[in-house]
Design a protein around this ligand. Structure first.
Ligand SMILES: Cc1ncc(COP(=O)(O)O)c(C=O)c1O
Length: 421
């Protein structure tokens, strides 16, 4: 477990000691964004639902708004208006920045709103060209390919990044491990190839528990906070962790375009962060074991599991992937990931459907690929369910089990479990 460096040694806040003493990731996950609470006589963080904040000093407000327009720094003192900033959301932003090791973080209504804000921030300075490596999450791919925000994309292999850079390149965009193939990239080498162009690493799959991209040279770290950061499948959110200069631009874009995070979502995300290390480590151990069993199963053609670990497993089946989706009973057949329960989906049908088939195939997203987000259930229960769902492919099943297993009422094979469970 690594220890995080102090954030701001020169800060003058009353609760500075807690913020400036190096603390381990697990400690930050529980305490960051909450260091002032005990001083206020509180235990749970307050939820501030105000959309506006009274002030009798409109000259002062004008000065604060002018200051925000200049550099996007959060106004000191009471907030001004909900689209400018919210104290509950700010707690989540502080905590996530601490976990990712950045000066700042800016939260948005979804991961796509966060990516949109980054693209708009770059395009507004004339840097509308993006260099990107496939695969990316299907909608991120689509946003770039369709040029919805006026950006132009050049798709490259990692080795082609340096050659693809142009004077108007504003961003290099990668995911590692990537959605849905879990392909891993050498972020340090890529950051080097980017030169002065900011590298944005989507860290949704790894989370800061397994990987902190700024330590490898990325300038921007993006999360679909809808996933592991929230962790319970009940919050939609996005966040960009970065230096304060870039954060200021992102706050200005957020203020002007309105993709703000609701304070209730901010509260739930802060609560989710507290258990992030425990959830990610537990689910990763189960995922590694399932990946091992899938790799040894003759019904499975190929398993994708990242070297850095994690709770995502992808696998290609010999049989019909749609039958596996139709066959699960414990595992939830749904898109998204990072929840306490295990989810499985068929990328070619859902998460990456919007990507044109040749591009999908070119990125290694086979039509037989299934993507599974492993949750916190017992590994034997999960394996029993997967075994049953894979067993619906009777052709390959027959070749590995003789005599054939007895079947449950819904036609799935009965699974014998170690320990007689
Ligand atoms: C890697 C990755 N990035 C970004 C997004 C977009 O996030 P959201 O759905 O919160 O808008 C997703 C969504 O699945 C994702 O998987």
């Amino acid at each position: 477990m690594f220890t995080l460096a102090p954030m701001n040694p020169s800060s003058t806040h009353a609760y500075d000691r807690a913020r400036t003493t190096p603390r381990a990731l697990a400690t930050e996950a529980v305490h960051a964004g909450r260091d002032d609470l005990a001083r206020q006589g509180l235990h749970a963080p307050p939820i501030d639902l105000s959309t506006t904040y009274p002030s009798y000093d409109s000259r002062g407000e004008a000065a604060r708004i002018d200051a925000f327009a200049a550099d996007g720094a959060l106004p000191e003192g009471t907030p001004v208006y909900g689209r400018l900033g919210n104290p509950t959301v700010a707690r989540f932003e502080t905590a996530l920045a601490r976990l990712e090791g950045t000066e700042s973080a800016v939260a948005f209504a979804s991961g796509m709103a966060a990516l949109s804000a980054v693209l708009l921030a770059r395009a507004s300075t004339g840097l509308r060209h993006v260099v990107a490596v496939r695969p990316l999450y299907g909608c991120s791919d689509h946003l770039l390919t369709a040029g919805l925000l006026g950006s132009e994309v050049t798709w490259v292999d990692p080795a082609g990044i340096a050659d693809a850079l142009r004077p108007d390149t504003g961003l290099v965009l990668v995911e590692s491990p990537a959605n849905p193939t879990l392909a891993e990239l050498d972020l340090r080498a890529i950051a080097h190839a980017c030169g002065s162009v900011p590298l944005l690493a989507d860290n949704t799959f790894a989370t800061p528990v397994l990987q902190r991209p700024v330590e490898h040279g990325a300038r921007l770290v993006l999360h679909s906070a809808t996933k592991y950061l929230g962790g319970h499948g009940d919050v939609m959110a996005g966040v960009v962790a970065c230096d304060e200069e870039f954060a200021g631009r992102l706050r200005q874009v957020r203020f002007a375009t309105g993709g703000v995070l609701h304070p209730l979502a901010g509260y739930l995300l802060l609560r989710g962060l507290a258990t992030l290390p425990v959830r990610v480590r537990a689910a990763s151990a189960t995922a590694a074991e399932l990946a091992r069993r899938l790799a040894a199963d003759p019904r499975v053609a190929r398993v994708h599991y990242p070297r850095i670990g994690g709770a995502m497993v992808a696998f290609e089946v010999h049989g019909d992937p749609h039958e596996v989706i139709a066959g699960v009973r414990l595992v939830t057949p749904a898109v998204s990931l990072g929840s306490v329960d295990t989810l499985i989906q068929h990328p070619a049908s859902i998460s990456h459907r919007i990507v044109a088939e040749p591009d999908r195939h070119g990125a290694g997203v086979s039509d037989r690929l299934l993507r599974m987000s492993v949750g916190l259930e017992d590994v034997e229960d999960l394996w029993g369910d997967l075994d049953g769902a894979l067993g619906t492919d009777r052709r390959s099943r027959r070749s590995v089990s003789a005599p054939g297993p007895s079947r449950t009422a819904d036609g799935r094979p009965l699974v014998s479990r170690p320990g007689g469970r």
